[in-house]
Design a binder for this molecule. Structure first.
Ligand code: 5GP
Length: 190
């Protein structure tokens, strides 16, 4: 997505070879016009695949996921990052290691919001090691729902998230794919 790539080049800041800061338009300050273009782009890719729900992980995934759900006319469900002492009765949970914070959290999805048989499109802001997406896949499997696609705003293609998801049979579509980066340098993959 050309518009997105231009914003990444203009405003993105590679803190090091692994972490990209895009907080001026994606996940701290949010450009809602860009978000709605992102939602439209994902809707064009995933329309016709029979999704019945869009799912994301709080909090950075919410803006692009909401725009996508709006354009597809689907409900949006937000997985929470909560401590494990939460009631285990009415929720599905999976342990996930946070890429940016380096801590473990319990990805939590209330059972009532994911009935069996749902066909789910996962939208998230970044794909790095794939931990968050695999956590979502885990809770969806517990719920007997099917992950029909994964839409990622920015994929760091030099990390192994896509391969780990492919091993689980998941299709990933990223709007921008970064091949390598470092201070002052961001190179997109083909
Ligand atoms: P993964 O679980 O694939 O390792 O990492 C994905 C999650 O970590 C995303 O939901 C995102 O919030 C966060 N993340 C991963 N890499 C980056 C990055 O380079 N920059 C920012 N801002 N967040 C990232």
């Amino acid at each position: 997505m050309e518009l997105l790539k231009q914003r990444i080049l203009a405003e993105g800041c590679a803190l090091n070879a692994d972490v990209l800061l895009v907080d001026s338009f994606l996940n701290h300050q949010v450009d809602v016009v860009l978000m709605q273009a992102i939602g439209q782009a994902f809707a064009a890719v995933f329309a016709g695949r029979g999704a019945t729900r869009v799912v994301t992980v709080e909090s950075s995934g919410i803006a692009p996921a909401m725009a996508t759900a709006f354009h597809l006319g689907l409900p949006l469900v937000v997985c929470k990052k909560q401590a494990s002492r939460i009631l285990a009765q009415d929720v599905w949970q999976a342990q996930v290691r946070s890429f940016t914070r380096g801590i473990q959290y319990e990805l939590t999805l209330k059972r009532a919001f994911m009935p069996a048989g749902e066909r789910v499109l996962l939208i998230d802001d970044f794909l790095a090691s794939g931990e968050a997406a695999l956590g979502v896949l885990n809770v969806l499997r517990q719920a007997q729902a099917e992950l029909i696609g994964v839409g990622i705003v920015i994929e760091k293609a030099f990390q192994n998230g896509r391969n780990r998801l492919a091993e689980q049979g998941c299709t990933v579509h990223a709007l921008a794919r970064i091949a390598k980066m470092g201070p002052g340098e961001i190179v997109f993959a083909e």
